[in-house]
Design a binder for this molecule. Structure first.
Ligand SMILES: NC(=O)c1ccc[n+]([C@@H]2O[C@H](COP(=O)([O-])OP(=O)(O)OC[C@H]3O[C@@H](n4cnc5c(N)ncnc54)[C@H](O)[C@@H]3O)[C@@H](O)[C@H]2O)c1
Length: 360
């Protein structure tokens, strides 16, 4: 493909982060956007100077002659419209989580195979300089044999007060599916996707049903559309590489006011690497603990965040992979693995027992 790709975005909330990537990319131009919210559509298209505006997804997929499209819709709509786009001959970048259940996620992977188009997942946190440094440390063997990974994403007052995040029907779950998917993916990607053997979890819903600790809302102001999902979860996984993974995920908890932090700690026989990102900032996010001359030492990498990061870097990478016919940095298969794990974690919580992965 020699011409610059014609790109579109469906769903204009986090779609803004995708727009930034398309604007920077030299491989794609943002030519069309779609949203049923007329005000959002107009504001967005004006801000990003997008010529074609649609309020109907089918019409956009049919008429806009797109090469790639970002699906930034509520979770329960990811599968339907990703498959529709693939079948219209359009490469897809799908927001996380890929789908609300494994059946839908598998159908998406099959649609990509059937149509020969790319299905790519929006795992933007892989595309940060700190996460990539950590991966390099692990793959080059500096941590030795990995025996445990501790992941968390914890928010003090962080139940989303917008969109349909509180609805199981629209989102498939709450904090675990929304935040857990990112740190589970990061940990698996850092270790090059070891096999998952068993999963165990306990979810809870203690703040959301009472309108407590909702982002941007006064206490007690309930979320429109109700709240029937988890607002916190703990989990444990046994992995085929001999390591274990523990997780603690919260949309709401009593803790440091306004704290919103994700952390991935990888422990190995020769060192422990910690990625700790607080309130979406880049500063001071890495530590490496090891021994030198028989003594414990702490390494504080002086990393520079040069160039695009996160969504912007991800869109640049994915557009390049379509144009150059190379493997993209994220794939639908990796999205499916995460959905399988999330589904098993919810099943474990419901059945109050460990679930053997792959035998369900
Ligand atoms: N990767 C990340 O870090 C990240 C961050 C935020 C959100 N997300 C994901 O992005 C997705 C959207 O989240 P959001 O925060 O932008 O939600 P949002 O509610 O702010 O935006 C969704 C938009 O989709 C539009 N929409 C809904 N149904 C539609 C339809 N049938 N046709 C056209 N437009 C329609 C809505 O009007 C709304 O503007 C979710 O899957 C979420 O998990 C990912």
């Amino acid at each position: 493909m020699s011409d610059v790709l014609r790109a579109g975005i469906i769903g204009l909330g986090v779609g803004k982060a995708h727009a930034k990537g398309y604007t920077t990319s030299t491989d794609a131009d943002l030519v069309a956007v779609c949203d049923t919210n007329a005000e959002r559509l107009q504001q967005f298209a004006d801000e990003w100077n997008v010529p074609e505006r649609y309020n109907d997804i089918a019409m956009m997929l049919n008429d806009a002659k797109l090469d790639m499209v970002s699906i930034c819709l509520p979770n329960a709509l990811h599968a339907q419209y990703s498959i529709a786009a693939l079948e219209a001959g359009i490469n897809v970048v799908c927001e996380k989580p890929m789908a609300v259940n494994t059946q839908e996620a598998r159908a998406m992977v099959e649609a990509a195979k059937r149509t020969g188009k790319k299905l790519m997942m929006c795992y933007n946190y892989r595309f940060r300089s700190d996460a990539q440094w950590m991966r390099q440390m692990i793959t080059s063997g500096q941590l030795g044999t990995i025996f445990h990974v501790q992941v968390s994403w914890r928010r003090e007052t962080g139940i989303p007060g917008w969109g349909l995040f509180g609805s199981k029907a629209a989102s498939g779950g709450g904090a675990l599916i929304d935040l857990g998917v990112h740190v589970i993916d990061l940990a698996l990607w850092l270790m090059d996707f070891p096999v998952v053997q068993t999963v165990s979890a306990q979810t809870r819903s203690l703040f959301g049903p009472f309108g407590r600790k909702t982002w941007g809302r006064v206490p007690g102001q309930k979320i429109e559309g109700g709240f029937d999902v988890d607002d916190g979860a703990v989990g444990f996984m046994r992995l085929g590489n001999g390591a274990s993974m523990a997780m603690n995920i919260t949309w709401a908890e009593h803790g440091q006011p306004q704290e919103d932090a994700y952390r991935v700690e990888v422990q190995g026989t020769e060192g422990t690497a910690v990625l700790n990102v607080r309130n979406y900032k880049n500063d001071d996010s890495l530590r490496f603990y090891t021994e030198m001359a028989g003594q414990p030492v702490t390494v504080i990498p002086g990393l520079r965040f040069d160039g695009p990061q996160g969504h912007e870097a991800l869109i640049i990478d994915l557009a390049k992979s379509i144009r150059n016919r190379t493997e993209p940095g994220t794939s639908g298969e990796q999205g499916l693995v995460a959905v399988e794990i999330l589904e098993a974690l919810y099943e474990s919580s419901e059945k109050r027992r460990e679930v053997v992965f792959g035998s369900r």
